[in-house]
Design a protein around this ligand. Structure first.
Ligand SMILES: Nc1ncnc2c1ncn2[C@@H]1O[C@H](COP(=O)(O)OP(=O)(O)OP(=O)(O)O)[C@@H](O)[C@H]1O
Ligand SMILES: [Mg+2]
Length: 231
């Protein structure tokens, strides 16, 4: 297994956001983590990176217990989070934004990244803050790849993007899967999740409410919508 999340609990102060969540991500697998607003998707990703440390349970990466490690040490092992907030550096150029975290040995050189994100090529000298939301999303995914991760955690990459940019992001994620990466994808865009994922995990109120292979979700949309639709 690339990643095993085993019965984790995560708190904000005294308020428990994650209750005994477990799931596994295999090598070269895409796991879609779905659920309504406030279900605990982002907290789960931040728990894996130890940005929101867990209070119970275990998180293993390639068999190694990483729960007690610091976020930068976890990143150095090969896990990268692209947060909901994207966190671009507004005053740095696009080139600087991308290459800031570049690690020796990353298969994603600037040239390779420009092949993956051709829309960014003419923007390399612009400031991060001058880009559109979609361009910024591309830039922060490129930045994450420059670090050379084997497991990438993506928090709602399509959020707020124009349909053409959603398609472009979706295509890039398809390429990353072909490259052999493992992905945890948090998405509200169900079509995108169904297209890319191998396995679906449904969160509700900080717990796993259901999980199944993507084929089950494709054949039975009701099972997907149960934990997504607004009642
Ligand atoms: N910094 C915080 N301090 C306190 N509580 C928080 C904090 N961040 C999130 N929470 C709470 O933890 C729970 C899970 O939130 P989380 O952001 O993980 O959900 P989410 O599934 O990512 O939602 P969304 O779809 O809106 O991004 C919610 O009840 C939320 O209010
Ligand atoms: Mg979130």
């Amino acid at each position: 297994m690339m990643l095993s999340v085993e019965s984790i609990d995560t708190f904000y102060g005294r308020s428990q956001a994650i209750h005994g969540v477990s799931f596994e991500v295999g090598e070269n697998q895409v796991l879609a983590l779905l659920g309504r607003n406030g279900a605990g998707k982002s907290t789960t990703l931040r728990s894996i990176m130890a940005v929101n440390p867990i209070s119970r349970g275990r998180i293993r990466y390639k068999g190694r217990d990483i729960a007690a490690m610091a976020p930068n040490a976890i990143a150095a092992l090969g896990i990268t989070l692209v947060p909901e907030t994207r966190d671009p550096f507004y005053l740095l150029t696009v080139r600087e934004n991308i290459m800031l975290g570049h690690r020796q040995g990353s298969p994603y050189s600037l040239e390779r990244l420009m092949d993956l994100f051709p829309l960014l090529r003419p923007l390399l000298a612009k400031k991060g803050g001058e880009l559109s939301g979609g361009q910024q999303q591309m830039m922060v995914i490129a930045r994450a790849l420059a670090m050379g991760p084997q497991l990438i955690l993506l928090d709602e990459p399509s959020q707020g993007l124009a349909p053409i940019m959603v398609k472009a992001v979706s295509q890039v994620l398809g390429e990353l899967k072909k490259d052999g990466l493992s992905i945890v994808l948090v998405e509200q865009n169900l079509q995108m999740a169904l297209k890319l994922a191998d396995h679906i995990v449904m969160l509700e109120d900080g717990s796993v409410a259901d999980e199944f292979p993507v084929e089950v979700g494709r054949a039975d949309p009701k099972r997907l919508e149960k934990y997504l639709a607004v009642h």
